[in-house]
Structures are given as C-alpha cells and as structure tokens.
Design a protein around this ligand. Structure first.
Ligand SMILES: Cc1cc2nc3c(=O)[nH]c(=O)nc-3n(C[C@H](O)[C@H](O)[C@H](O)COP(=O)(O)OP(=O)(O)OC[C@H]3O[C@@H](n4cnc5c(N)ncnc54)[C@H](O)[C@@H]3O)c2cc1C
Length: 285
C-alpha cells in the first residue's frame, strides 16, 4: 500500500545576487532582476518524499508551486527527479501574496489534489524568509505539523504514524505523530538526488496544461497542470494583494564595512591590556 505525498516548492530569486533593482516600488520582489533558482530547503523536502516513494511501492509524489509561468521550470526539475504529478498554481490574481494569501492558495490547491497522507514543505524560502507558509498551510488544513525536520525516521502505514527528527537549538528531538501531517524540512537531511537523464528526456517538452487533473501518469503532457483561481475554487478576495494584510514597505541593503583590525596577544598580558583599554573608553563598565 502506497502513500499520497504532496510537496510544496517555490522558485526564488537567488538572494546571493541581490542588486539595487531587487524590489519594486510597491515593496514586492522584482523577480525579473534576479536569477531564479529552486528554493534550497524545498529540494530536501522533495528528496524526503522521493525516499518514501522508493520505500513504499504505489506511493505517489505530487508537487505544487504557486508562482508566475516561469516557475514551471522547477516543476520540470521535480519530474526529472522522480515526481509523478505537478501543478503550477498561477493567475494574475495571486500576485503580491503575503504568507496568509500564499498559504490560503496552497491549501485550496492541496484540496484540489484530493486525498493525501503527508504534505512536505521547506522550512523557509530564501526570499521572504518568514518560515510561515508551511505552518500556516497546516493550520488551514487542520493538520498536525512537525517543523524543522532533518529526516523521517519511520512511517508506519498500518498504524498511520510517523516519527521524525527535528532540529532544535543545540541538538535534535524525535517527534511522533499521526497521519496526515505537514512537515517542514531544513537543508540538513539526505542530499537531494540529481535529475535522472532518462526522466529528463521523457519530460523535456512538458508544459503546464489547463484543465489537467491529478492522477495523470501518462505522457509528457499529462503530468503538469496549470490551475488558476477558479480551478482551485479559491475566493479571489483572499488571494494576492487583495488577501494580503502585510505590505513590505522597503528593503535596504546593509553593507558591512570592515573597520580597523588589531591583533591582540592572546596571553594574559594582552587580554588585561585590552580590558583596561575598553574600560578607559567606556565600552566596558
Ligand atoms: C523581503 C521580503 C519580506 C517579506 N516579509 C513578509 C512578511 O513579513 N510577512 C508576510 O506575510 N510576507 C512577507 N513577504 C512576502 C512573502 O515572501 C510571500 O508571502 C511568499 O509568497 C511566502 O513567504 P516566504 O517566502 O516567507 O515563505 P516561507 O514561509 O519562508 O516558505 C516556507 C516554505 O513554504 C513553501 N512555499 C512558500 N511559498 C510557496 C509558493 N509560492 N508555492 C509553493 N510553496 C511555497 C515552500 O516549501 C517554502 O520552503 C516578504 C517578501 C519579501 C521579499
């Protein structure tokens, strides 16, 4: 007996290459100005799902992303790595979504997919960095959640339980809960597998198809759906800017300039002299 797994992935601007054009006037990200990459934590979430697929025959991995048409690129990557079905949730009405509106749209898309046992997400996206979307989606679906997971230790399909290792400050803890559950993954787990050359050839021409239904495992055209607001039965007023109470006012680049560097003798004499100096200039005391 297999599992139904859903993975949430996000295409993000590569924040290591931030420039002055990174933000638009309205406080949203100017994605055109930055190279787009697969959010790093999400690759680990996908890998955790694929490991369960390797282990439990009959398991299906479906992947959802909400984003502009270009985000189909990461869905293709998911197909190359082993996903069975993907959905691009895309509509002008989703633009400018904060975490509340994003998690609402993802909840509607997950319900459109139908029955599931586990939902996987990254811990956080490297652009917004809030780490709110996973927990908010779980809350909206009424699911148990385990955050900051580095690895799944056990899934007992008959008992419908899962045991996972989650990172906490200074160590880790082992948590067990019942299915269905939403897990958010850090980048500390099993290294993501590379795309398979065979699958890359099979799915190289895949494009999102309007009206595609989950369950398609046939040719290249039946594994990537394009869903707009009506397709996921979402309320337009809860989507995008209209459904987003948060507005990002501005973003500032902080340039850390190195000041004067002094080498202090690590012996007792050097440290004592430094402490006296810090007391004298009122940094200490
Ligand atoms: C600089 C900046 C600051 C921001 N600050 C805030 C803020 O304070 N409050 C706020 O509400 N919004 C904020 N936003 C908007 C926020 O980025 C968007 O709401 C975004 O769609 C989701 O939030 P996140 O990127 O923080 O995701 P996170 O919560 O960090 O993402 C966690 C995981 O959720 C999943 N996920 C997230 N987005 C998607 C998606 N579109 N499709 C599929 N899966 C997804 C992924 O698995 C991801 O790893 C900010 C954006 C920017 C650029």
């Amino acid at each position: 007996m297999g599992l139904n797994l859903i993975v949430l992935v996000k295409q993000v601007p590569d924040t290591q290459n931030i420039t002055g054009d990174a933000m638009k006037e309205d406080g949203t990200v100017n994605r055109a100005a930055l190279p787009a990459i697969f959010n790093p934590d999400d690759l680990y979430a996908l890998e955790a799902a694929l490991l369960l697929k390797d282990r439990f025959p009959g398991t299906r991995v479906s992947v959802i992303t909400m984003g502009p048409p270009a985000a189909a690129a990461i869905l293709k990557e998911c197909l190359y790595r082993g996903a069975d079905f993907t959905a691009l949730v895309s509509d002008r009405g989703f633009a400018g979504a904060d975490t509340l509106a994003t998690s609402y749209a993802l909840k509607c898309a997950i319900e459109t997919l139908g029955a599931y046992d586990l939902v996987f997400s990254g811990r956080q996206a490297i652009d917004g960095d809030t780490a709110q979307v996973g927990p908010q989606t779980a809350e909206k679906l009424g699911l148990n959640q385990i955050t900051n997971v580095s690895r799944i230790e056990e899934v007992e399909i008959q008992k419908r339980t899962i045991t996972a290792r989650r990172s906490v400050e200074g160590g880790w803890e082992r948590v067990q809960t019942g299915l269905p559950v939403l897990l958010t993954f850090t980048s500390e787990g099993e290294a993501p597998r590379p795309p398979s050359a065979k699958r890359a050839i099979a799915y190289r021409n895949t494009v999102p198809s309007v009206g595609e239904k989950p369950g398609g495992t046939g040719g290249a055209g039946s594994v990537m759906a394009l869903w707009d607001i009506p397709a996921i039965k979402a309320a337009p007023e809860q989507c995008g800017l209209a459904g987003s109470p948060t507005k990002v006012k501005n973003i500032t680049s902080v340039v850390l300039t190195a000041g004067e560097i002094r080498y202090i003798d690590p012996g007792e004499g050097g440290i004592t002299a430094l402490v006296h100096e810090l007391i004298a200039d009122h940094t200490l005391g």
